[in-house]
Design a protein around this ligand. Structure first.
Ligand code: HEC
Length: 278
């Protein structure tokens, strides 16, 4: 046996060993990591997507009755009356605002006082500060006003390339609502109320917040967990991106304009060069 051939054998064996170790590491990591949320159908997805007003109203009802007990939503109450959102009427917004008690002051005597809310007030916070929330709940619940935009997950190659392209199913930006939907469905271990398949590290301080039938829907929509999860995730996406409808309609107009402009340029070019021999 020459030195060269035994050297090749040793290197070969070492490489094979390294590959096995790397693969088993990968497998172990994949088990620890949470699976990707599955893509859902959203009315507001794609270049022409728009919000579904009735869905946003249902989602707000869930936020108000359930999530707002722990999560802050840092937006002004009057936002709910804006076009393109849940579109509550002026009176509904006023009544909603007045149903909250807001701390104001100081008054002339230098004291803080309580008063009924006004449409320009922000939704009140369930806890005086994040530390108090963490002390009560084990961890501070994140503010919901940007949650649906702030949470993303890696879709990996090649999915992230297709997500960016203007093709059917492309231009996909709804990773946040997919994630919220997944979290609400991720309580899969009966013996561990704080285990969630989709939360990074699987240990979540929030116990399962929503179960079937918990919130009434006056419009007759089925009160399933699936429907709840879609409605509240849509509402939270709207809260994070309230001007999406306008933005998309401007986008569509710009595309049409560019299309017409390219046609004009093309025919102009043909006319200008038409008497040049080639
Ligand atoms: C009893 C209090 C409580 C209620 C009610 C509640 N949450 Fe939570 N939520 C928490 C806490 C605490 C956390 C932080 C968990 C952590 O960091 O471990 C959290 C975290 C989350 C997360 C993960 C955020 C992240 O950082 O990725 C989502 C999504 C979420 N909540 C959605 C909801 C929705 C939707 C509702 C209403 C249907 C709701 N929560 C109701 C306490 C609550």
């Amino acid at each position: 046996m020459t030195f060269a051939s035994s050297f090749t054998k040793i290197v070969g064996a070492a490489t094979a060993l390294a590959a096995v170790v790397a693969l088993s590491n990968l497998a172990a990591r994949a088990e620890e990591e949470q699976p990707n949320p599955t893509r859902q159908e959203w009315s507001f997805a794609g270049p022409f997507g728009t919000y579904d007003k009735a869905q946003l109203q249902r989602g707000f009802k869930i936020y108000k009755e359930v999530c707002s007990n722990c999560h802050e939503l840092h937006i002004p109450i009057r936002t709910l009356g804006q076009p393109g959102g849940p579109e509550l009427s002026v009176d509904e917004v006023k009544a909603l605002a007045a149903s909250y008690t807001v701390k104001d002051g100081p008054n002339a005597a230098g004291e803080m006082f309580d008063r009924p809310g006004r449409p320009s007030d922000y939704f009140p916070t369930p806890f005086p500060n994040p530390e108090a929330a963490a002390a009560a709940l084990g961890n501070a619940p994140p503010d919901m006003s940007l949650l649906a935009k702030a949470r993303k997950y890696e879709r990996g190659f090649p999915a992230f390339v297709f997500d960016a392209l203007p093709i059917p199913g492309g231009m996909y930006q709804e990773l946040g609502p997919d994630y919220i939907y997944a979290i609400l469905h991720g309580y899969e271990k009966d013996d561990d109320p704080n285990w969630n398949a989709y939360f990074p590290g699987h240990k979540i301080a929030m116990g399962k917040p929503l179960v079937e039938g918990q919130v009434d829907y006056p419009d007759g929509t089925p009160t399933t967990l699936d429907q709840y999860a879609k409605d509240v995730a849509s509402f939270l996406y709207w809260a994070a991106e309230p001007t999406l409808d306008q933005r998309k309609s401007i986008g569509a107009k710009v595309m049409i304009f560019l299309l017409i402009l390219s046609c004009l340029m093309y025919f102009t070019k043909r006319t200008i060069w038409s008497d040049v021999a080639h």
